[in-house]
Design a protein around this ligand. Structure first.
Ligand code: TNX
Length: 516
């Protein structure tokens, strides 16, 4: 398989079958406990994937088979029932220590097995299993290799329950196929939440039956004035189901009260001035607002939230709340609190950008912090005050984990308002301590999320160039915690090069990493 590399670098590594697989534990994110022993299990051409006879376990078996069959060329039947050979996927409800997503992986001469308490744990364990095989396993054509799993036992549980990635499909639209491709890439690194930024000034991307103009008018264009797009309800459900098959929740975001030019273009009565703003095609922010004083506004929000909640099996709806620079403080508070009631009425929990702290957030709210090293203390203190009232946090520090930030000033893609963020800087933070100086305890942090905003990104190759390899570092912060030094992470990251390349990901070959 070819070497990875920035698009156009033209570098190719020679094609040769890998001779040995990675040692146990050479995976991203780092497992909690790794005990090497023995030579491990070599996959036999006639091996079966043995599973418990439950649909959710068979589904994990089928998923693993689909990963392994093309490159190994083996048949790998997924077989319910007992047996002591091949690959085994088993549930053990007594393993309470493994929690909702943990697993234990054992590779011995006779078999490699994954045991978990829940199907989600088996799925996460299968990602580790994949990474223990040579990178060529990710190819979609038959490869020559010794498919050996290094020997020993990995016992692994996640540090944080929420390990997210956000994709902005509003600034530029991404098709169902493109979103599925990203979901598959995220799954390999044990991400379990996909936050979809569905609406913004430049486009409304989700069909709402009671408000048809949102998509006939509001979805017509994108940043730069190009082609827009939107998901039908059937397509949106298809994304949700696909994510669920990867044990990933979709969290839809409807940005409000700002970031609403596309909604106002569709329904001018939603603005206080009442005339039709065009759908915005620039990249500036902060100029649009729903009209807080009009009842029509809440009828609209109710329609949208009702229909969205009905398509959302997950517990959260994200209501935006950021950069409401054209909404007065008082109006902002009024608006956010009314919207919170509407979300609660439809049985969902509120997630919002951390500005919601200024509207009196409490234990009902999950706030997403997107500050930087330069964020003023007063703003961070407001977040800490909300935490004292019970608000929980997701951390997305923009100068670490915004995947749309340029790597360097020379890099052609991305924005730079939060700085230029090379791969080492992106990894250099600890969620447990990030807001400690203003009094936020680690217990208030539910997890981390890596947003990718798409003002400058129009296709999968560009998304991947920005997301990879920084996304792996965020995934590790979420799964393994923030305590691992860069020097320990960097060689493990470097070892992912072949795997990303085999998956067709043209990742950024950062000079901060000693790639093979
Ligand atoms: C800030 S982060 C925004 C977005 C932009 C992004 C670009 C946040 C809550 N708002 O509107 O797309 O920066 O990096």
């Amino acid at each position: 398989f070819g070497g990875g590399g920035d698009a156009g670098s033209g570098e190719e590594s020679p094609r040769r079958p890998p001779v040995s697989s990675a040692p146990l534990g050479n995976v991203v994110p780092a497992p909690a406990s790794v005990r090497p022993s023995g030579p491990g299990y070599t996959l036999a051409p006639a091996a079966a994937i043995r599973v418990d006879d439950r649909p959710a376990v068979r589904a994990v078996g089928d998923y693993l088979a689909a990963v392994l069959r093309p490159s190994t060329g083996y048949r790998l039947p997924v077989t319910p029932g007992a047996g002591t050979d091949g690959i085994q996927l088993r549930l053990d409800p007594a393993r309470r220590d493994l929690g909702a997503e943990g697993y234990r992986l054992t590779s011995s001469q006779a078999t490699v097995s994954v045991v978990a308490r829940e199907p989600a744990g088996l799925f996460r364990g299968v990602q580790t299993l994949r990474q223990l095989l040579p990178p060529a396993v990710e190819m979609d054509t038959r490869q020559t290799a010794v498919w050996r799993f290094p020997g020993g036992t990995i016992t692994d549980t996640p540090r944080y329950a929420y390990r997210g990635a956000m994709l902005d499909v509003a600034r530029h639209f991404f098709t169902v196929a493109q979103v599925k491709r990203y979901i598959d890439q995220l799954a390999l690194y044990k991400i379990n939440k996909l936050h979809l930024h569905l609406t913004d000034d430049q486009g409304w991307r989700i069909a709402i039956d009671s408000r048809p103009k949102l998509t006939t008018v509001g979805a017509a264009t994108a940043v730069g004035g190009g082609k827009g797009g939107f998901y039908t309800k059937a397509q949106y459900r298809e994304i949700v189901a696909y994510a669920a098959s990867r044990h990933m929740d979709v969290i839809p975001e409807i940005g409000m009260p700002g970031h609403t030019a596309a909604a106002i273009a569709s329904y001018p009565e939603l603005s206080c001035h009442g005339f039709r703003d065009p759908v915005h095609t620039g990249v500036d922010t902060g100029f649009s607002s729903l009209c807080v004083g009009k009842e029509e506004t809440y009828d609209f929000v109710e329609d949208v939230i009702r229909e969205l909640a009905a398509m959302t099996p997950g517990e959260y709806l994200h209501i935006g709340g950021d950069e409401a620079d054209s909404t007065s403080k008082k109006d902002y508070r009024t608006f956010m609190n009314r919207v919170r009631e509407i979300v609660a009425k439809h049985g969902k929990k509120v997630m919002a950008w951390h500005e919601i702290a200024g509207a009196g957030a409490d234990e009902e709210v999950l706030a997403q912090y997107w500050g930087t090293d330069r964020t003023e203390k007063a703003e961070r203190k407001r977040v800490a005050d909300a935490v004292k009232k019970g608000t929980k946090l997701i951390l997305s520090p923009a100068d670490r984990v915004y995947l749309d930030m340029q790597y360097t000033y020379r890099h052609p893609l991305g924005l730079s308002w939060a700085g230029r963020v090379e791969v080492d800087r992106s990894y250099d933070w600890d969620p447990a301590r990030y807001l400690k100086d203003v009094g936020v305890p680690d217990e208030a942090v539910l997890g981390v999320e890596a947003p990718i905003w798409t003002e400058t990104l129009v296709n999968s190759a560009q998304l991947e160039q920005m997301a990879f390899p920084r996304l792996l570092g965020v995934a590790e912060k979420g799964w393994s915690g923030g305590g691992i030094p860069w020097a320990e992470y960097e060689p493990r990251l470097a070892a992912q090069a072949g795997r990303m390349s085999a998956l067709g990901i043209a990742f950024h070959r950062s000079p901060t990493v000693a790639w093979p």
